[in-house]
Design a protein around this ligand. Structure first.
Ligand code: SER
Length: 874
């Protein structure tokens, strides 16, 4: 049975039993910001189990793409994976334990022909408010598993969920298959024994509880069934293979990885393990890329980057220097594309990113590895690389810990992994505190601020809650001092979601504070950053806040335009395009997105046209607050890798775009005025950026461009409409002139060459020329010396000189035979050039150089000639 047959048998079986077959959902979970990846088949059904939503069908079956990173260290053994497929059947307030167990039994025994006598089961033994699962124990015996082959376990083994921060969960029963008899002398404890005599085949979860964020369990109103079976394990069993890499799911991918490492896997390249890691990680990477994840330094992007880098690192350690990952990714696309068309559809994107990331990493890897080597040398008597250094290699130089360990290991050293973990955790804390450097240095422990600027407000009254100056909290701040003010209620927007912080003034009485930036810390306190212009301010003072309204308006134009750009790019380039970053400033906007190629002029024009069409249509922009899952399921675009709170702000541009966004926007798109893309460029593997302007800046930019066209037209003495044609003609004429010039040079050169050849003398059997030539550019001199070599026959040597742009230039060359006799063009030029106050040199066959004093050209030629004659013994 190949893997496609296994999937099909599973899904057909459950379809035959009244299940709707649903497609796999994306590896990037929708509407669940608490998890990075889809880790189980039930992920997409979470709200149906918890009762938040009604299920679309009471029974569903899927083959689901999953990623779990918990086993990443074990990848390379016979069975652990980061990417795997989970076969699952689900019931929502429908069948329960008996039916699930009977279905499983029928499929495994009657349809797939596995042996009854080797089936074991495990059940939940009871803990806390969840009782012992005696129901399952009874049912298993009824279907045919004797009591002695049923074991009870605790919460760690036989209770599942929830996935993410909260959700449905419950006791489960697992089916284990006895692979072989117990080893003699080993007292095997049965399923879950570390001797690996048993293979866990299937997990049947009975969702009876809801677990909240605090870990508290409450019974669900209606129960559900969530089962999951690893396709790869079933393939091992049904194809009778010793490990997953020999099943049809992996064989081709594995051998492509083996090719990358030069064929055989032997001890010289580390055996099977490196190539298994390469095969497994490449497969994971292909699926992540197909679902829109891009290599990065955080969240999903970081996981993807780690997998790619680990694969590349393994190959490098096994001696592979050339790029190879694209080939392994192609093998993966070929194998997996039969069931998952998205990997075929996004093939180009996947390969581009994989190859770029590999290339980029290879460049840093060499430097990184040499730093690791240097560290090892520097260690002296110590046998351990400290955690901080290991983290530096990992974080700054991109050498993964696994690789540092490998390198250290081969020198008989170890790495302080605990120290590494500490350094890593410290870094995580910093990045959790915020993404911009400023944010993480803002103090905590102050009251959160109320933002009153939604709805277009740019002024309002508040009270100074706190003042920071000179790095500490103070009670007042005086004229001339720089500082940070916290105000109870503020219309100032603090930098977030790419939108820059507001500027403006805060005043009260004679106190005036000029705000040059606004930032917020992770706790939601807003800091107005600036300088006191006049007077002094005290904590508790009432103040009036006034944002620079024109600037805010410019920012709003750019922000609303950013959403239109996002929508237009998706229309022009395809739905897979997603924003990966943006900057919304007053004078321009920057939009980064995933796309493999640069945009053609036609694509840029199409995006511009669409945005401007929507500007002219004066479409209404509205905002509302909604629950995150509801918003995302309603089609709102959320950013990859962005964590959202439970309640989100949704910005809708009617019929054009719906996005989760906390920024300030226009009321309708007409306010953008005009839109123009001024630049398009690459910003990393598979990442493009467009830079655009709106409103006054767009008008200014078109005017500036128009002005330069007008000037060009004036210089050409042509009407504007004719500029392109005229320039094209000029360029043509120009290249025609250049060709003509070359022809003339050649002719002059030929004439002179004939004259020069006529003056050659025979010395020691060689035709020798040392002459001044009358040319006025170095190109002609070169052309001339070329034809001179040709015309002098077989045995010759020459030195020619000319004054070009007021400087003496020399050219010398010698035939093979002359070089054999001792002539050296390099030396000759050197002598000549030195005489005229310069230098030069080259090979014995050919050389050139120049001097300073043109009046000494003849002296230079004479000196060079002496040197030449001497070397030829003439
Ligand atoms: N959610 C369970 C698991 O992942 C069963 O599908 O094992």
């Amino acid at each position: 049975m190949n893997s496609n047959d296994i999937r099909k048998t599973y899904l057909d079986f459950f379809e035959g039993h009244g299940h709707a077959v649903f497609p796999s959902s994306s590896l990037v979970p929708v509407g669940d910001p608490t998890v990075l990846f889809t880790t189980a088949g039930m992920q997409q059904f979470k709200p149906y189990f918890s009762g938040e939503k009604a299920a679309p069908h009471p029974r569903i079956a899927t083959a689901q793409k999953c990623v779990r990173t918990s086993d990443i260290e074990s990848v390379g053994d016979d069975s652990h994976l980061t990417f795997f497929e989970m076969l699952g059947n689900f019931a929502f307030d429908d069948y329960f334990k008996r039916q699930s167990i009977e279905f499983a039994w029928e499929l495994l025994i009657d349809r797939l022909g596995l042996e009854r006598g080797r089936m074991w089961a495990t059940c939940f033994g009871g803990e806390g408010i969840v009782p012992r699962d005696t129901d399952s124990f009874e049912i298993w015996q009824e279907v045919g598993v004797p009591a002695e082959r049923i074991r009870f376990f605790g919460r760690a083994d036989n209770f599942w969920g929830p996935t993410g921060g909260s959700g449905a969960c419950g006791p489960d029963t697992e089916i284990h298959y006895e692979l072989r008899p117990a080893a003699p002398g080993h007292d095997c404890s049965g399923p879950n024994c570390e001797c690996e005599r048993f293979l866990e085949l299937w997990n049947l979860v009975f969702n009876e509880f809801f677990q909240d964020i605090g870990g508290k369990l409450t019974p669900l109103e209606s129960v559900g069934v969530d089962t999951g079976a690893g396709l790869e394990r079933w393939a091992v069993l049904l194809q009778d293979k010793p490990n997953i890499y020999e099943t049809d799911l992996f064989a081709v991918i594995r051998s492509s990885a083996a090719d990358a490492l030069g064929g055989a896997s032997d001890a010289s390249n580390g055996g099977e393990r490196p190539l298994r890691i390469i095969a497994e990680h490449s497969r994971s990477a292909v699926f992540m890329l197909a679902d829109g994840v891009l290599p990065g330094n955080e969240g999903r992007g970081y996981v993807l980057r780690r997998l790619i880098r680990r694969a590349v690192g393994q190959a490098r350690l096994a001696g592979r220097l050339e790029p190879f990952l694209g080939g392994v990714a192609e093998a993966t696309i070929e194998v997996m594309g039969r069931f998952y068309p998205e990997v075929v559809d996004r093939r180009h994107h996947i390969l581009t990113v994989v190859e770029e990331e590999e290339e980029r990493f290879s460049r840093t890897l060499d430097r990184g590895l040499s730093l690791v080597q240097a560290k090892i040398t520097e260690l002296g008597d110590s046998t351990i690389i400290d955690g901080k250094s290991a983290f530096l290699f990992h974080d700054t130089y991109g050498v993964p810990l696994d690789l540092v360990k490998d390198v250290a290991g081969s020198a008989g050293l170890s790495v302080d992994e605990a120290g590494f973990a500490v350094a890593m955790e410290r870094q995580r804390e910093l990045s959790r505190a915020g993404t911009s450097g400023v944010e993480s240095t803002l103090p905590n422990g102050l009251p959160p601020s109320q933002f009153i600027g939604y709805g277009g407000m740019t002024s309002g009254d508040g009270e100074i809650v706190a003042i920071l100056s000179g790095g500490e909290q103070v009670s007042s701040i005086d004229e001339g001092a720089e500082g940070l003010l916290v105000i109870s209620e503020t219309p100032f927007y603090s930098e977030a979601g790419g939108q820059v912080g507001d500027t403006g003034t805060i005043s009260g009485g004679d106190f005036e504070f000029r705000v040059t930036d606004t930032q917020r810390n992770a706790e939601g306190t807003t800091f107005h950053i600036g300088t006191v212009v006049t007077g002094s301010g005290r904590s508790g003072d009432p103040v009036a806040c006034a944002v620079d309204a024109t600037r805010r308006m410019d920012v709003a134009r750019n922000h609303t335009a950013t959403h239109l750009v996002h929508a237009a790019l998706r229309e022009v380039l395809g739905e897979q395009v997603r924003q990966s970053g943006s900057l919304v400033a007053a004078d321009h906007l920057r939009f980064d997105f995933n796309h493999g190629d640069s945009l053609s002029p036609e694509e840029i024009a199409a995006v511009e046209r669409r945005v401007n069409r929507n500007v002219l249509a004066a479409i209404q922009v509205s905002t509302e607050e909604r629950e995150v899952r509801e918003a995302v399921e309603g089609g709102a675009l959320a950013l990859f890798g962005e964590a959202y709170g439970d309640i989100v702000r949704v910005v809708t541009i009617n019929e054009v775009s719906v996005e989760l966004c906390g920024g300030t926007h226009l009321r309708d798109t007409a306010g953008i005025g005009s839109f123009a893309i001024i630049r398009e460029e690459s910003v990393g593997s598979g990442l493009r950026r467009v830079v655009a302007v709106t409103g006054r800046a767009a008008v200014d930019s078109s005017r500036a461009r128009m002005e330069s066209i007008r000037e060009t037209a004036a210089a050409l003495n042509a009407p504007i409409e004719d500029v392109t044609e005229r320039v094209r003609r000029l360029l043509e004429e120009n290249s025609e002139h250049r060709r003509e010039l070359d022809r003339l040079r050649q002719r002059i050169a030929n004439q002179q060459v004939d004259a020069v050849v006529a003056k050659s003398e025979i010395l020691s059997g060689f035709s020798v020329v040392t002459e001044q030539i009358d040319v006025d550019d170095s190109s002609t001199l070169r052309v001339l010396s070329d034809s001179l070599r040709f015309k002098l026959g077989d045995d010759w040597a020459f030195l020619i000189g000319a004054v070009v742009d007021g400087r003496p230039l020399f050219f010398a060359a010698a035939s093979e035979s002359a070089v054999g006799a001792g002539a050296n063009a390099g030396k000759i030029v050197e002598t000549a050039a030195k005489t005229t106050g310069g230098g030069g040199g080259g090979r014995p066959e050919m050389a050139n150089g120049g001097g300073r004093d043109a009046s000494r050209l003849m002296d230079g030629l004479k000196a060079g000639r002496q040197a030449l004659l001497k070397s030829l013994g003439a």
